[in-house]
Ligand binder design. Structure first.
Ligand SMILES: [Zn+2]
Length: 289
């Protein structure tokens, strides 16, 4: 069953971080592996940054890169305890290298490692021979921890949604594994919880977000960018989303046909940000034709 599930995962997931099912400790026995394949500097830096944010000793985690193992290539990263009590994070360097958010930040790379650290904190990496299937609740909890830590370091809910979208490219739900949209909703809830706590305890005024299907939206109501939009992008109806009720007197676009047809972005927006008269302009004026 384990082998069957493994093959299933490899054909249905091209790149999607998930955990469980495979036994990676065996990779440490490869002749060239121990000591000869040091963690690449990026993964090491990521782990150290996370240890600063979440206050743990990064020396208690060992990183192990492997580019050849088919299961790890399919999973991207994985958490497993080897030699009885040594915490390992296995990762495919090519997977980590290619993770890019549209905004060009490192939140997604941080997120995938934070997710694996959280699995260790939660004692999730059990023996894959006796506990082969990924556990949906464990996965969502690991996401929530990652989201909370990154929110504490300044990530917004939109950054966290971008992070999920940067490494989960397959919409299909693998057995017992949360879907992309379930993961998006989980990190937005975790972000809001952390932001509310900071606002209450620290007196900050961090933004809270509404949850629309599979995306986070700035509070306010009106017309939103559905995806990240670059300056000078003409606004098409499919790229905007009407949501919520703006406060009375809010001076902002409210309807595509009436307000947005023929308009272009005046500055870059992340998917989920509110369109205002300040961040859009008339295309004919902006583009000079
Ligand atoms: Zn996981």
């Amino acid at each position: 069953m384990i082998a069957n599930w493994s093959r299933f995962a490899m054909v249905t997931i091209t790149i999607a971080t998930h955990c469980g099912a495979q036994d990676y400790c065996g990779l440490l026995n490869k002749p060239h592996a121990v000591g000869a394949l040091p963690p690449n500097v990026t993964a090491d830096q990521i782990l150290r940054k996370l240890s600063d944010i979440a206050s743990f000793n990064s020396d208690t985690f060992h990183l192990h890169a492997d580019s050849d193992d088919g299961d790890l290539v399919a999973q991207g990263t994985a958490a497993q305890t080897c030699f009885k009590n040594q915490r390992y994070i296995f990762y495919n360097p090519a997977f980590v290298d290619q993770i890019r958010t549209k905004a060009g930040n490192d939140w997604a790379k941080l997120f995938v490692f934070a997710h694996e650290v959280a699995h260790h904190f939660n004692n999730d990496p059990l023996d894959p021979k006796t506990d082969p299937a990924p556990n949906k609740n464990q996965e969502l909890l690991a996401d929530r921890s990652a989201a909370k830590w990154l929110a504490q370091d300044g990530a917004t809910a939109l950054d966290l949604v971008d992070a999920i979208n940067a490494f989960v490219v397959n919409e299909n739900r693998v057995r017992n594994y949360p879907s992309r949209c379930e993961r998006v909703e989980g990190v937005v809830e975790a972000y809001n919880k952390e932001a509310e706590r900071e606002n209450r305890v620290l007196g900050t005024s961090r933004s809270l977000y509404d949850l629309a299907p599979c995306m986070a939206l700035e509070k306010g109501g009106g017309m939103y960018a559905r995806r990240d939009l670059e300056p000078k992008t003409p606004l098409r109806a499919s790229e905007v989303l009407q949501f919520g009720s703006p406060p009375s007197g809010a001076n902002r676009p409210l309807n595509y046909d009436h307000d947005l047809d023929g308009m272009c972005m005046a500055r870059a927006l992340q998917g989920g940000q509110l369109l205002t008269w300040d961040n859009i302009g008339v295309c004919a004026l902006m583009l000079g034709h």
